[in-house]
Design a protein around this ligand. Structure first.
Ligand code: NSS
Length: 429
């Protein structure tokens, strides 16, 4: 008989044979009977190991094996409403594959302790459900890009361009030259639209941000798209369609994960285009009316974004930020003071999840803005070539996958949206 997943074994009837493998999740012993709950990637199953029903060796091992030992079990299904899932296996064989030492993680542990033991904490039900949700998100994102004729591409993560500003870039010695860890794939995606027209990529992005907040990671997964012949408004349409597609599919196809994490699928079903659009200058007024001390030119922090999306069921866009507050590559609007950009802000205080814009085509304007940031212009010559050889209006956006997941999964802190979070003072394990 082949091994089966616990999910499938739980569908079997009284008296049917079963064979599973996994890790000991819970255990108690009463002399002649050991009750073991086994988990695998699909669920948990109670196993009854009775001294009189298995080989002596098997019983001894079952009796002494600690939580997180890996085991193989053969037996017969028995229906019992007291067991999780209403079924249990009465073992005929109980084989310990790897005995576990005493597991360091017990019920109430500090955040720091759990981060120190992240490699073990990943086995928790909570982390398991979050990671399943993240994998599903990626699947739906891929579906959407595929259906909308975007090509997936693989840009480099080592670069000589600090496109999002020199202040938050990690630099290192690249055989005698200074190179950076990528903050964004955008410039490379821009190069690829001249052959593929619509492209997207998923890469790690790095931000040496000294901020210690619940929404900043030093390394995060960046989902980016770039579209030829597209202006800012159509760029926003694509973003709201993609985000809605992912929300709706998660609501319909990931109920188990959502339920465990306390997110009502109905919250995500209501997410559909169009999303509200607010101009930056109006957003400033709204914030001032709400009592914030904020002026034209100031950037938004978490409290501002939270206030702007207050009472909203869907994300909103804030558009047309002041030129000085945004990156050198954003197209300056006809008013000369703002740029053709949009930040997508999630509801419930989750803040900005997407930054996008139409791209500047005027080389002089970009040089001027780059110089203000102290950038080495010669490293941007290749990028200016894109404007010199058949430039077209084009736009794109970047979504922080972990920020998106925080909102979808109702997480309190972004560290739980990734298996091995890189934080201000942590790159271990
Ligand atoms: O800086 S962004 O707003 N925009 C860009 O990097 C563009 N070059 C993207 C593009 O147009 N191709 O970052 C985009 C998103 C932002 O909205 C967040 O969701 C996420 O990337 N982001 C982060 N997530 C987690 N941690 C940190 N530190 C972080 N920084 C940005």
């Amino acid at each position: 008989m082949e091994f089966e997943k616990i999910r499938d074994a739980l569908k079997k009837k009284e008296g049917e044979p079963a064979k599973i493998r996994g890790w000991i999740y819970r255990k108690r012993s009463s002399g002649k009977i050991v009750f073991v709950v086994i988990r695998d990637s699909t669920g948990i199953m109670q196993v009854i190991v009775e001294k009189s029903k298995v080989a002596d060796e098997d019983f001894k091992n079952a009796d002494k094996a600690l939580i997180e030992s890996s085991v193989e079990v053969e037996g017969v299904i028995h229906e019992d409403e007291r067991a999780p899932g209403g079924k249990e296996i009465h073992a005929t064989k109980f084989n310990v594959i790897g005995f576990a030492k005493e597991f360091p993680i017990t019920e109430y542990q500090s955040v720091e302790f759990l981060l120190d033991n992240r490699h073990l904490w990943l086995r928790s039900r909570r982390m398991t459900e979050v990671m399943k949700l993240k994998a599903s998100m990626l699947k739906f994102i891929r579906e959407w890009f595929d259906e909308n004729e975007f090509w997936e591409v693989t840009p480099s993560v080592i670069t000589m361009n600090a496109a999002e500003g020199g202040a938050t870039v990690f630099s290192f010695d690249y055989f005698g030259q200074t190179a950076y860890l990528s903050q964004t794939a955008q410039m490379y995606l821009e190069a690829l639209i001249f052959s593929l027209e619509r492209v997207w990529s998923l890469t790690p992005s790095f931000r040496a941000e000294k901020s210690r907040t619940r929404r900043h990671l030093i390394e995060y997964w960046h989902l980016e798209a770039e579209e030829a012949w597209v202006k800012n408004e159509e760029n926003m349409k694509l973003q709201e369609e993609m985000v809605s597609y992912v929300c709706q599919n998660i609501a319909k196809r990931c109920k188990e994960q959502l339920e465990y994490l306390g997110r009502n699928p109905e919250d995500l079903m209501v997410v559909e285009p169009p999303f509200k659009r607010i101009k930056y200058k109006d957003a400033i007024k709204i914030l001032q009316d709400k009592g914030f001390d904020i002026q034209w030119g100031d950037d938004f922090g978490a409290p501002h974004e939270k206030a702007l999306a207050e009472g909203e069921e869907k994300p909103i866009f804030v558009t047309n930020f002041p030129v000085e507050s945004k990156a050198f590559y954003m197209k300056i609007s006809p008013d000369g003071k703002t740029v053709e950009c949009a930040d997508m802000i999630a509801p419930e205080g989750y803040g900005e999840i997407i930054g996008g814009s139409e791209r500047e085509e005027d080389i002089e304007s970009m040089i001027e803005r780059l110089k203000k940031d102290g950038a080495d212009i010669k490293n941007y010559e290749w990028y200016f070539d894109l404007r010199r050889y058949g430039s077209v209006p084009h736009s794109g956006f970047g979504l922080g996958l972990e920020r998106f997941l925080c909102w979808i999964a109702k997480l309190e802190h972004i560290r739980d949206a990734t298996p091995f979070p890189r934080l201000l003072r942590r790159a271990y394990p």
